[in-house]
Design a binder for this molecule. Structure first.
Ligand code: SF4
Ligand code: SF4
Length: 162
């Protein structure tokens, strides 16, 4: 898995044009069964890829923290929301709350998440490849493909299916 993660940015860059072409096609005329196809590809891929062997998203990017996430996680950590924000979060250039640093401070050595039960919604849904109307999040997916080996594989398979 280590090698796969290291090679991912260059593989994603090499396939960028083909992925852009695929996403353009999807946006122009999304197939009627797109939600079904994405759900199936997502499930099949995550049967093979174990996030505990990877954690590259937790090591390299930050999820966005909504007010509800902050409330829930700070309660779990027995902190006041304000204390939690001061200790772990900052506002990014878009005004969203994100982690002050990466890797995520809640990531254990064995790639488990210290706040797993109450983790941000964005973490629970990452890499969003099973969400409905997938063609609406292609810009985000292009970015995620150099971070997440599962997202890359799912899009590669989608390319072969359409
Ligand atoms: S979601 Fe993707 S990047 Fe994150 S741990 Fe799983 S396979 Fe790795
Ligand atoms: S909160 Fe947990 S799942 Fe989310 S980035 Fe941190 S370690 Fe990963």
């Amino acid at each position: 898995m280590k090698e796969q993660i290291e090679q991912l940015p260059s593989k994603a860059a090499a396939e960028r044009q083909s992925h852009k072409a695929l996403f353009k096609k999807l946006k122009r005329k999304p197939p009627k069964n797109l939600d079904y196809v994405m759900q199936e590809l997502h499930e099949q891929t995550f049967e093979r890829i174990n996030c505990l062997d990877c954690a590259n998203c937790c090591k390299t990017t930050s999820p966005l923290f909504t007010d509800r996430d902050i409330k829930r996680i700070s309660k779990f950590l027995k902190l006041k929301p304000r204390q939690f924000e001061d200790q772990y979060l900052k506002k990014d250039e878009d005004g969203d709350m994100v982690l002050q640093s990466s890797p995520c401070p809640f990531l254990f050595e064995d790639n488990k998440c210290m706040v797993y039960e109450v983790r941000p919604k964005a973490c629970a849904e990452y890499p969003h490849t099973n969400r409905k109307k997938f063609h609406q999040i292609t810009v985000l997916t292009l970015k995620n493909m150099s971070i997440c080996p599962a997202a890359f594989e799912i899009v590669e398979q989608l390319k072969n299916k359409l």
